[in-house]
Design a protein around this ligand. Sequence first.
Ligand SMILES: [Zn+2]
Length: 432
Amino acid sequence: MTTLLTGAAVLGGEPRDLAIEGDALVDPSAIDRDRAEVIDASGLIALPGLVDLHAHLRQPGGEQAETVASGVRAAAAGGFTCVFAMANTNPVADTPAVVEQVHRLGLEAGLATVRPIGAVTVGLAGERLADMTMLARSAARVTVFSDDGHCVHDAELMRRALEHAAALDAVVAQHAQDPALTRGAVMHEGPLSAELGLGGWPSVAEASIVARDAMLAELAGARLHVCHVSTAETVEVVRAAKARGVRITAEVAPHHLLLTEELVRSYDARFKVNPPLRTDADVRALREALADGTIDIVATDHAPHAPEAKLTAFADAAFGMVGLETALSVVQMACVETGLMDWAGVARAMSTTPAAIGREPGYDAPLEIGAPAHVVLVDPAARAVVEERHLRGRSANSPYLGRELPGRVLHVWHAGRRTLADGRIVTEEVGR
Ligand SMILES: [Zn+2]
């Protein structure tokens, strides 16, 4: 079975044809066009399959909020073909049994590659290291370690984790949050938190941990990845560390590129997230840092919650937002339509670079002949209001409900297999 995509703006460039045969991209001039399924892709942007280095798929233990199967449906709908699943499940992904379970659930679900992230510390308790070598050597082939949701606060443990990771060619992804500086914190610390009477989460609680970790990574010769950078101060710390050659990469979540703390005035818990929504100045600094490469990637921090976790007072509600299905639209709005980034830059930030950080093969030559056929077709001119009934995941705690966003993911192929067709999930093998 051959599929011919005609006239797609590949990485936003001049229109040309793409051809998919089996699991790979092939030369469109070398195929039998009469036998190919033809999809008119004129007006559409072709991007490589998106890779999310930071998603919470909640299984095992949180199936009321999300499962691996529902999570990959949301992923496919958002243009993702590979999702790294965070370790803060119940039980925690700190043993080969749990990471292999998540890996197996991903294979069963299809639609996207699911790569389990291993915990840094046993039970995410921050007291002793998980057996990182066992996790790396398991069938799940763990390459990213994180206690996300918790900060690895003990500097000695963090140093040793980085040393182990270096030996495994793995990366430690840190949720940078000084716990002592953020007790009772539920929103950004500043005049607005004082006005609203809510506990404040100061920028320094993030930047200070990143500064320390950058020095520890330098000492260990290890790769450090900073989860969800949210402040201008942290951008400066990452910039300085990169300038002196530290092996540091950083991500920003889509919501931090678009939304500010002003939304918390509503006391609507959909806007409660960790790290919190910050100021206009932070949003500007994050956009510019992503555009200039100081921040390497966009990662969703997709964090589904059952309704009861959010239908409570702001101070008591769970932290987190779903984001897989809206990530590309938010990046289009915040970075492409503002002229800061082109589509090739989006492909780097949402596919090539996250795959490289996570050591996921097959994404290093996006949309080139011979590469695995991870392909996304996006209609950048479409605009739609985000509605709960459109979301494919199990939870609807989206901060964008009722808001119009640009761009629509229409078609997705994962290793040559169609996973999204005209915006609909394809649950069966098509044409094979
Ligand atoms: Zn986190």
